[in-house]
Design a protein around this ligand. Structure first.
Ligand code: HEM
Length: 533
């Protein structure tokens, strides 16, 4: 288990001891079965002062796109290469499971899609993926607008209060607002439950945040002490975690019971005839329960819902957070987006059709995901031995990976790779419009025509250089949901408000658990737009 979060509390002696132990292990492991793979000789102390993926980036530049990182009792293979990522995620996907990630998430998500073993995954993916059909997504745009409207109303009310005291701006933590918004959307979209978190507090909302907090804690703590017998009764935070889980599970069980009692059996053809947009309950749960032949026990259904609740909440909130962080530093791009929004939306409500017309805003969303991928690392463990390709700058013969090897695919490194992107650290949404010839053998280059009809650039267009939702069979099922949700929420915010950061960009510290978020919130100054066209 690796600590990804920044902390300054470790003392120097401990660091030196850890470094020595790490170097020793690195040397011991260097003659191992990974053959000629370069070895990162980074000190473990590198991991203490900043998020892990920053160090992984430095070692990538130093050692190349596939290297071995050894520290503590374990060695990891770090991949920052589209060819190797494509091999692991798509070509040989079923030779890998989720490894460390599944260990952490299984107590929360059970046999939900993310941690699921391959045979459970195959059954459930076949049932869940069709739930994100075109009519569902179109209907969801209404959910996105209704929920975003509540956030906008809240901002307007706050501004009105300020106006009465002669002020034009309000200062608030937009990350917290986006988190509430994303929670409301995922609740309604996935199981037709209105958390109402934009406007109120409730035990269920607190339990969801408590669970997310614990998931993050587990992904950043060295020793899995929660596996120790009795820990769940003895350690207060573990007791709280299990209480939180119970609150959410009881809520989900109630929703499942209700959905089953009101089941209306259907099949794909009948579904097409449903007046989806006007359905009272168009949620994914409704689909999963109603679809003929998709009978499943309640426990599995609950695991599926819990997985989507966790997977679809913080990730989208993070996209919105970093979008505002970047746009606030690029006022010209913010204005360009606002001009587009004004011309597309004028007075009418956002619909699926208008999302299609918001081209620049869609590019902004994907550019945000390029710079701030959520999660920054994809985690795998090889189930059998595998022959990896060498990658574009590795050993031409490739590398033999023994069974049981832990692999990190660094999406962050791929997305900021100087070998595949011009000015990789710059916020340049227009870059996705440019076709790029490949100078790398085996990489097909960047070509939007490779994925005709795709609303948003994806891993196919970039031949696995751009992987915001992973790729291959275990690619995110909620990608289009999340992209449209982000586009709608941003459009509605920028249509009405101008946003600035309250402090300097450097004061916004970044920390990571499963996603990248800020340490103390994204504090912004928000005011009504004056130059609406
Ligand atoms: C998987 C990213 C939103 C549900 C994934 C994966 C990534 C990802 C990278 C692949 C993980 C891996 O290969 O190890 C994101 C991002 C989102 C987002 C960046 C928002 C911007 C959502 C939403 C939902 C969702 C809204 C559901 C409504 C899932 C599920 C999986 C998954 C169920 C597991 C798929 C499988 O293994 O078959 N997501 N996700 N995600 N995501 Fe998302």
């Amino acid at each position: 288990f690796i600590r990804c979060q920044s902390t300054n509390t470790e003392d120097k002696t401990k660091r030196t001891l850890l470094d020595n132990a790490s170097n020793l292990l690195t040397n011991l492991l260097s003659g191992g079965s990974l053959g000629s793979m370069p070895i990162a000789e980074g000190a473990v102390s590198d991991l203490f002062d900043r998020p892990l993926f920053f160090s992984l980036y430095d070692w990538f530049i130093e050692h190349g796109s596939v290297y071995k990182l050894a520290f503590g009792p374990k060695a990891f293979v770090v991949v920052s290469d589209p060819l190797v990522a494509r091999h692991i995620l798509r070509e040989n996907a079923f030779s890998y499971d989720k490894g460390v990630l599944a260990d952490i998430l299984e107590p929360i998500m059970g046999k939900g899609l993310i941690p699921a073993d391959i045979s459970t995954w195959k059954q459930r993916r076949r049932v869940i993926a069709p739930g994100f059909h075109a009519l569902y997504l179109e209907t969801m745009v209404k959910v996105f607008t209704n929920c975003s409207e509540r956030t906008m109303l809240k901002l307007e009310n706050l501004l009105e209060e300020r106006r009465l005291t002669g002020q034009e701006t309000v200062e608030l933590d937009l990350e917290a607002e986006f988190s509430n918004l994303a929670l409301d959307i995922i609740g309604l979209g996935v199981f037709n439950y209105d958390f109402g978190s934009v406007t109120k507090e409730s035990p269920v909302i607190q339990a969801v945040y408590g669970t997310l907090f614990e998931a993050e804690h587990r992904s950043t703590f060295y020793i899995p002490y929660w596996k120790v017998p009795l820990a769940r009764w003895v350690v207060p935070r573990q007791r709280k975690f299990h209480n939180d889980l119970k609150v959410i599970n009881d809520c989900l069980d109630g929703l499942i019971k209700n959905a089953k009692e009101t089941r209306e059996e259907t099949d794909v053809e009948k579904l097409q005839q449903r007046d989806y947009v006007n359905l009272k309950d168009a949620s994914l749960l409704r689909f999963l329960v109603d679809m003929r032949g998709a009978d499943v026990d309640d426990r599995q259904l609950r695991d599926d819902l819990m997985t989507m609740l966790i997977a679809g909440h913080e990730t989208t909130a993070a996209v919105l957070t970093w979008a505002i962080f970047l746009l606030a530093q690029h006022p010209a791009k913010m204005k360009k987006a606002q001009a587009e929004i004004d011309s597309v939306l004028s007075q009418e409500e956002i619909t699926f059709e208008s999302v299609k017309k918001l081209e620049y805003l869609r590019l902004i969303v994907v550019e945000v995901l390029r710079l701030y991928p959520q999660p920054p690392l994809l985690i795998r463990r090889s189930l059998t031995s595998d022959q990896l390709p060498g990658g574009y700058n590795g050993d031409k013969n490739g590398y033999n990976l023994p069974a049981g090897t832990d692999v990190f695919i660094s999406v962050y490194n791929l997305h900021r790779s100087p070998y595949f992107w011009d000015k990789p650290d710059e916020f340049e949404p227009e870059r996705f419009l440019v076709q790029k010839q490949s100078e790398v053998e085996g990489w097909a280059g960047f070509d939007p025509s490779r994925s005709p009809g795709a609303l948003y650039p994806n891993e196919i267009i970039s031949d696995f250089a751009f992987l915001p939702f992973g790729g291959g069979p275990r690619k995110c099922v909620g990608d289009q949901f999340a992209l449209m949700e982000s586009t709608v929420a941003l459009a509605m915010l920028l249509q009405k408000f101008d946003v600035e950061l309250r402090g300097s960009p450097d004061s916004v510290e970044l920390v990571t658990g499963a996603t990248m978020h800020t340490k103390n919130g994204l504090w912004c100054k928000v005011k009504k737009r004056s130059n609406v066209h």
